[in-house]
Design a protein around this ligand. Sequence first.
Ligand code: CA
Length: 542
Amino acid sequence: MRFDKSLQCALLNAPSVVFAAPQSASYPTNGTAPAAFSSKCEELASKLHIDGGVVTTAEFVAAGTNLTVPVYDETCAAAPPVITADMCRVALNVSTSERSGFRMEAFLPANWTGRFLSGGNGGLNGCISYDDLAYAVGLGFAAVGTNNGHDGTSGLPFYNNSDVVEDFAYRALHTGVVVGKQITEDFYGKPHDKSYYLGCSTGGRQGMKSAQDFPEDFDGIVAGAPAFAFNNLTSWSGHFYTLTGPANSSSAFVPQSKWVQIHADVLKQCDKLDNLEDGILEAPLLCQYDPSGLACAEGSNTTTCLTPEQLETVKGVYSPLLNDAGDLVYPRLQPGAEVIAAGAIINGQPFPYTTDWFRYAIYNDPNWDPATLSSKDYDYAAKLNLFGIESFKGDLSGMKDRGAKVLHWHGGADFVISSDNSARYYEHVTSTMGLSSEELDEFYRYFLVSGTGHCGGGEGAHAIGQGVGEVNGYETSHNVLMALVDWVENGNAPETLIGTKFVNDTVALGVEFERAHCKFPKVNQYKGGNPDVIESWECVDA
Ligand code: CA
């Protein structure tokens, strides 16, 4: 999650609302917590008995602290999270086999709401999401997170160690939840009331994996931009390099300047599908973009048009990836994200996570060449499906049957993971469970958050309270996590998620516009009036 210091300051000064945060503690929050809380925390180090677990740290942390967190791998280094609630910080190592294990932290607030939360991870890492823990503890959750079984963002630790892969696929998260709930109960002397999950990207996949295979773990799950259909997604991410060839030396490569032109052409064809030309596609799924108009005329200068080879590349980017048998591997990149994607998945370089996954998890061959990725690799990885990492089962009856809730969201301009795939999952659940949208509404809702990049950022109203740096309030209407809490605990299910675009993405500069993102399959349509206010829009059938 993006870290934004100015937003953190605003967060500390946020007014109290329905689910107020930071919590007003029952004693001054200037670091003068009662000695009892502090000593109870420090006693945990010797009192906790976790199977296979070793507690390394148990310390009191005062509200307002810029927490210096341990750096186990330089690739995990991040700005120190600001702690907004007095809390007890517990760090431990937990083994999962003779040759694997994970690091874990628990942030236990002095002013506990009775809620438990686990965060997730990102990419192929390897890094505890301290920002998410800090965010959740500030909202009164007892929050836990793990490093997902290895340190760092590289896939190298998977090499010849399937136990590390198993931790990454599901085991570190699930075990961390079991252990985290025990720590919570030991510390507070009573079990948690409700259990939650918050994650995006790989964290979104982990949330969906939990919903599918470990429905007892959480009463409510926020799964953002899920990296599910993981094997196929990884093939898709890697196939762009085989499509474009190397940057600047391949005739099929399309430079970023041309993607800027393509973006303008996308907007020309699709921006007004939602009734307003504002540079944002409310329903990228409905945009059937055709780049043919940008083809170079015969004999023309090719610097501002697409050569035949480049046109094929662009068509490939906006076409679903199929294997040689003609079966779908993964949907197209949704139109609208191309300019940023030009610096990410279509930058003419091998996609590092794909390279690492195939080298160290699939083939255990450090010399595997990402330029050779082809249909046989897509098929092999999908069939192998290590430890069920695909995470794309359409049966959510485990959640449904126990009254648990899944809140799924995806940025409509995601430049790494296509939001078309989230719509595909929604349809997959519909057909697998044989339920209508109205019936799914009881336990599973999906929201397309327009104009939003990968897990946040973008030109749209992207702040929905998904984490540090993306906080637009704590009201259930504006905060995706608090909306989930209200759904789980009070039965108030979200109809929309109100997102906010701050001027220059800076809270202190005020709101530029807001938009109430619609519950799929409905789409946002401009009605008229001031487009910056949500009342000028309505959710309609696509
Ligand atoms: Ca528009």
